[in-house]
Design a protein around this ligand. Sequence first.
Ligand code: GTP
Ligand code: MG
Length: 190
Amino acid sequence: MFINWKLREINLKIVYYGPALSGKTTNLEYIHAQIDPRRRGELVSLKTHGDRTIYFDFMQLELGEIKRFKPKFNLYTVPGQVIYVASRKLVLQGADGVVYVADSGPDRLEENVEALRDLERNLRELGYDPERIPLVLQYNKRDLPNAVPLDLLSRSLARNGAPQFEAVATRGLGVLDTLKAAIHLVVSRI
Ligand SMILES: Nc1nc2c(ncn2[C@@H]2O[C@H](COP(=O)(O)OP(=O)(O)OP(=O)(O)O)[C@@H](O)[C@H]2O)c(=O)[nH]1
Ligand SMILES: [Mg+2]
């Protein structure tokens, strides 16, 4: 969190985390397409030719008011590919909340669990208590014909009290509900 007292702005950071190809960038693309352009900045994406995130995606939202302060939500995605561990940690630094995007693909359960461990490890190394950071879980790609059953995903990934949402990010299903829950958690924390 960063407060600019002069401009009465509160900057809050929400990071989309999760395994490679789970749909983090797709979440931001949908949000970017849906939100009134007067309330959001451009979506900045650093990707390779294969459309894979190499460092992060970034977009700023300006929504509502908290006690006459303007909150600005800075949304980031991390690159999910295992080799980019250093980028993930850098992007996670200073986060006020995390959206964890899981992939419902039948062969992705282990990667989901590993990415959540990677998140908790990085949080700890950055001095956070992983039990206390505002966290929302999104089970994405629910449209896949052989999607992992929801209760199995939930049993493997659910965290104490963290809200959970089903999503089909390519069609926008569940994307804004996930974002609203994350914003709500982050704002109630401050
Ligand atoms: N079937 C299906 N495909 C999806 C869904 N969401 C995203 N995808 C597809 O999954 C692929 C990866 O999506 P990205 O948003 O680039 O994934 P990412 O998590 O940003 O991946 P990295 O940047 O490599 O970590 C793309 O081809 C998306 O179109 C979904 O809900 N259902
Ligand atoms: Mg990406």
